[in-house]
Write a protein that binds this ligand. Structure first.
Ligand code: GLY
Length: 366
């Protein structure tokens, strides 16, 4: 098992992210549960089918009682809304969950974002832990304390920074993921490598995660979390270095949301993969990386079996116009997170619109 500590400067505290196989059952070794008044597990309908009973049993056994509360909401990004949070608040209140309770967010990014937000805001804040069950969640969403929900179609418009007490990433939970879901999570692994660690990039793109054995996958997850941990402890609330984590996401978010209205909606990681190609292309057009480096990146994304083009009936104009409503714009000027090299990210980069349009054109070309 690997353990990565994340310092939380604002609270002068730290928490651990545990990465391993068969670790869910050993939770009590890693967190002292004796001080909590009750345990309230938040999960979604997909994850509940596979893991809720196991996790419930673990806590019931550890706490020597059966009153472990659960809340299951309908799986899907469309349910990552304030309405779901409100329903959870009512349930928490009905079950008289107090400030000394522990909330356990069991699931992927939607669950840990939404459950983390509910925990951070109910009674002005209850402790929570994340048990992450998707690759995307393990390497990104469950780590770093970004919690929140979408506001209609506006992604993550409502939320707070609130750090969990513990994060558990058990590779067993990846075994039930459909290939496409596992693969899309790998986009965030490649992103971490590209912005911070060239050697890791070279290692991580040798084969598709679909062909990796447990050890290889665990190593990629661990290194990826280490990179994110280093960045978020340097800049917890995204005033500076954390912006690097937005690499691939500026254009990625736009095509992700455009794709929602088509018959081929993209997973977040798929959109990020295409976004990384586009934003690497901008890095190339602006002279920050050379052609060779750009081609290496594009080939790598393709070789791990992630998409590199956005195939849909849309136009450069449409994609570009949507960019200006993206939340990462400041006074109409987009501040880009780009690459100065493979393994070297750069944030707050101003880019001439013509390069942005050219990059959009590039990823729209068949
Ligand atoms: N997902 C990017 C971040 O946590 O900042």
């Amino acid at each position: 098992m690997h353990s990565i500590d994340i310092l939380v400067p604002s609270h002068k505290s730290k928490y651990s992210v545990l990465v391993g196989t068969d670790i869910i059952g050993q939770i009590s070794k890693f967190i002292d549960l004796s001080g909590y008044s009750s345990v309230y597990i938040i999960t979604d309908s997909n994850v509940a089918r596979y893991y809720l009973d196991t996790v419930k049993d673990v806590f019931a056994h550890e706490l020597h009682r059966k009153d472990i509360h659960t809340y299951i909401f309908q799986a899907g990004e469309q349910h990552k809304q304030l309405g779901t949070v409100e329903a959870i608040y009512h349930d928490l209140a009905e079950k008289r969950i107090d400030r000394k309770a522990l909330i356990v967010n069991l699931g992927g990014g939607v669950v840990t974002d939404l459950g983390g937000f509910a925990a951070a805001t109910f009674l002005r804040g209850i402790a929570c832990i994340n048990i992450s069950t998707t690759l995307e969640g393990m390497v990104d969403a469950s780590v770093g304390g970004k919690t929140g929900v979408n506001l209609g179609i506006l992604k993550n418009y409502v939320g707070v920074f609130a750090q969990p007490k513990l994060v558990i990433a058990d590779s067993n939970t990846l075994k039930t993921l459909p290939d496409r879901v596992l693969l899309q999570g790998y986009a965030e692994v490649i992103k971490h490598a590209l912005i911070a660690d060239k050697r890791f990039f070279e290692e991580s793109i040798k084969i598709s995660p679909l062909k990796m054995d447990d050890d290889m996958l665990l190593q990629a997850i661990t290194r990826s979390i280490e990179i994110k941990a280093q960045i978020v402890q340097e800049d917890e609330t995204e005033k500076a270095a954390r912006k690097l984590l937005n690499f691939g996401h500026t254009i990625g978010h736009v095509i992700e949301s455009l794709s929602m209205n088509t018959d081929k909606p993209l997973y977040h990681g798929e959109a990020v993969a295409i976004g990384m190609v586009a934003e690497s292309y901008i890095s190339y057009l602006t002279g920050m990386i050379d052609e060779n480096e750009f081609e290496t990146i594009e080939n790598a994304v393709r070789n791990v079996q992630l998409p590199i083009r956005y195939i849909a009936k849309t136009t450069v104009k449409k994609v570009f116009e949507k960019l200006v409503t993206d939340k990462k714009t400041e006074s109409g000027n987009i501040k880009w997170s780009l690459l100065m090299g493979i393994g070297v990210g750069e944030f707050n980069v101003a880019v001439d619109d013509k390069f942005v349009r050219e990059a959009i054109e590039y990823i729209l070309a068949p």
